[in-house]
Design a protein around this ligand. Structure first.
Ligand code: AKG
Ligand code: FE2
Length: 195
């Protein structure tokens, strides 16, 4: 396994594993997830306005782990065989056993995720979030909540794993911006622990 260091300068704990999955495994998982997951474009309500999310999503996990996310309540579908294998792999380098996952499919460079923190109360005080990426490389950004000029960014490539824990979700927002250059499909899975 690659050696690790915290990519945040303060008030958070983020480790990056550029190649937790091999190229060959990643190709198989990308294809499996694109075809086996029932992807949907969901509406989202922000400050009372309802718009469609600029990406497709799905929610999987242990039964009974219900999750409310920006105005949507998600009932989990069962783990698929691929999701269970991916979960087992990331748990070899994570301090927790994950019980749910939000899946995101970015169809092209126009799909994105805005600035947010994953700080919903069902994730507990210091959420541990394990983020797996397959497909097109996309830029992932962090910015400090109370000084938005303090930023870090990294490239999330095919087969990479990003582990966020500690105080990260209190002090840092993250986003996946739209790009102007053409990008192919990307699947991201954020594994979570719902209390
Ligand atoms: O697609 C990504 O890398 C980010 C996903 C994310 O932040 C989330 O699902 O909360
Ligand atoms: Fe997030």
């Amino acid at each position: 396994m690659e050696s690790l260091y915290n990519i945040l300068p303060k008030d958070g704990d983020v480790n990056f594993f550029p190649h937790l999955f091999t190229e060959e495994e990643s190709d198989v998982y990308l294809n499996d997830l694109q075809h086996e997951i029932e992807w949907k474009q969901e509406p989202i309500t922000i400050y009372g306005r309802t718009v469609m999310q600029p990406r497709l999503t799905a929610w999987h996990g242990d039964s009974g782990k219900i999750y409310a996310y920006s105005g949507i309540t998600m009932q989990p579908r069962a783990w698929t065989p691929a999701l269970l294998k991916i979960k087992q792999r990331i748990e070899t380098v994570s301090p927790v056993v994950f019980n749910s996952a939000l899946l995101n499919l970015y169809r092209d460079q126009h799909d994105s995720m805005g600035w947010h923190r994953d700080n919903e109360k069902e994730l507990g005080i210091n959420p541990v979030i394990g983020s797996v990426s397959f497909g097109a490389t996309r830029t992932f950004q962090f910015r400090y909540y109370t000084d938005k000029s303090l930023k870090r960014s990294l490239e999330l490539a095919h087969g990479s794993f990003l582990l966020m824990q500690g105080k990260t979700q209190h002090h840092w927002e993250h986003s996946l911006p739209k790009r102007s250059a053409a990008k192919g499909v990307r699947v991201n899975i954020t594994f979570r622990v719902i209390k």
